[in-house]
Design a protein around this ligand. Sequence first.
Ligand code: NAD
Length: 426
Amino acid sequence: MSDKQTTENQICEVTSHFEEVSNRINSICHRLNIDEGINAKLRYCKRELTVNFPVKMDDGTVRIFTGYRIEHNTDRGPGKGGIRYHPDVNIDETKALAAWMTLKCAVVNVPFGGAKGAVACNPKKMSMNELERLTRRYASEISVLIGPESDIPAPDVGTDPQIMAWIMDTYSMNKGYSVLGVVTGKPLEIGGSKGRFGATGRGCAICSQLAAKRLGMSLDKATVAVQGFGNVGGTTAQLLSEYGSKVIAVSDSSGGVYNPKGLDTKELLRHKKEAGSVVGFRDSDHITNSELLALECDILVPAALEGTICAPNAPSIKAKMIIEGANGPTTAEADRILSEKGTLVIPDILANAGGVVVSYFEWVQGMQSFFWSEDEVNSRLQEIMDNAFHEVLEVSQREKVSMRDSAYMLAIDRIARAIQIRGIFP
Ligand code: NAD
C-alpha cells in the first residue's frame, strides 16, 4: 500500500505506515531478545473496527461516511488515542497511529494502551450541524469499543474540544448519566482539564529545552521553523518564542511564511484564526513547505502529518535538531539519512507525549471529580516529560543508539513485561 503526500512541489512516497512501525517493533524486539510470541502480538492490532454510516446533510441528502476505531494494545491499561477527521485517512494510517499511542504511553509510563480513531471527511467543508450529526453517529457506531475503562478518545487533526463534548454527551445519553472519563480534551465546562489544550505543544517545548541543553545550545539564541501551525505547532512556536527563541518560519496546508528577523507568534495565531491560514501574514515572505524544511535553523518542528520528512527532502535539512510534534513525520529511510548527518531527532513517541500525559490527568480528575489548578497540571507534566526524556537519553547513551531507538527500547521493554506478567489467556 502506498500513500502520496503533497507538501507543495515536494512529493513524499510513503509505504505503509503500519508496516514501518511493525518493522521497527520487530527489530527492537530482536535487539532486546523479546519472546517471539510477544513480538508477534505487538505487530498486530488487537481490534480493528470499520464503520460505514449515513449522515443527513443540510441539503436533505444522505451521505455515507467511513470511519475506524483501532485498539492496538491494552496490556498496560485502556486504549488511548485521538480521533482524526481528514479526507485522506485510511485503516493503515489509523493502525500506525494506534501503535504509536501504545509506545508513547509506555515511554512516559502512563497506564494506558494505544488506540486511534478516524473518519474520512473534510470538516472544513461541513457545517456545524453536519459535523455534530456525523460525530454523534460515529460515536454511537464505535460505542461497542469506547468507554472510560476500555478505550478513551481525544482530539487529533480536524477534531477539537467541541467534538469531544458531543462524543461525551452521546455516550452519556445512552448510559443515562454523565460519563466524564469517556473522552479527554473536553471543554473545561464539562470536566476538561486546565492545561490540556496546549499540553502537546508544551511537551514539545520542554523537549526542545532539554535537547538544547544536551547540544550545549542556548534556546534564547535559537532559530526555529515549524511545519503545521495548528494546535501542536502553534503552541510550540508560541512557547519557544516566550523562551526567547526566534521563530523564523511557519507553515500550514496552504503554504508558509518566513522572516529571518523572527515572526510575532502571538499576532500570527490571531492572523491564522481570522484568515484561516498563516499565508499573507504581515512582515513576512511566502515560503513553500519544502523550502521551510530546508531552512538554515537550529530547531525544526514538524507538526503537520505523517511522512512529511522523507528520503528526497531529508538530505536538504540543515536544522541541528528535530522535535517531532506530529506523529510519524519522518519515514524510516529519512531517519537513516538524518542519523548519518548527525541531526538530533527527538522522536514523536517522546516529543509529542505531553498531550496524552495531560489527557491522563484529565481522566484521573474526571474519575475523582476533583480538579487541579493549571500550575499543578503544568508542573506534573514538566516532571513526567523530564523523567521520560532522561530515561530515553540514558538508554541511548548506554546502548549507543538514537533517541528513537532508545525510546522504542524503553517502551517495548515495559509493554513486554506487562504481557509476560499477565500471561496469555487462557
Ligand atoms: P491541527 O489540525 O490542529 O493542525 C495541523 C496543522 O497542520 C494545520 O495547521 C494544517 O493546515 C497543517 N498541515 C496539514 N498538512 C500540512 C502539510 N502538508 N504541510 C504543512 N502543514 C500542513 O492538528 P494537531 O492536533 O496540531 O496535530 C498535528 C500533528 O500532531 C498530528 O500528527 C497529530 O497526530 C499530532 N499530535 C497531536 C496531538 C494533540 O494533542 N492534538 C497530540 C499528539 C500528537
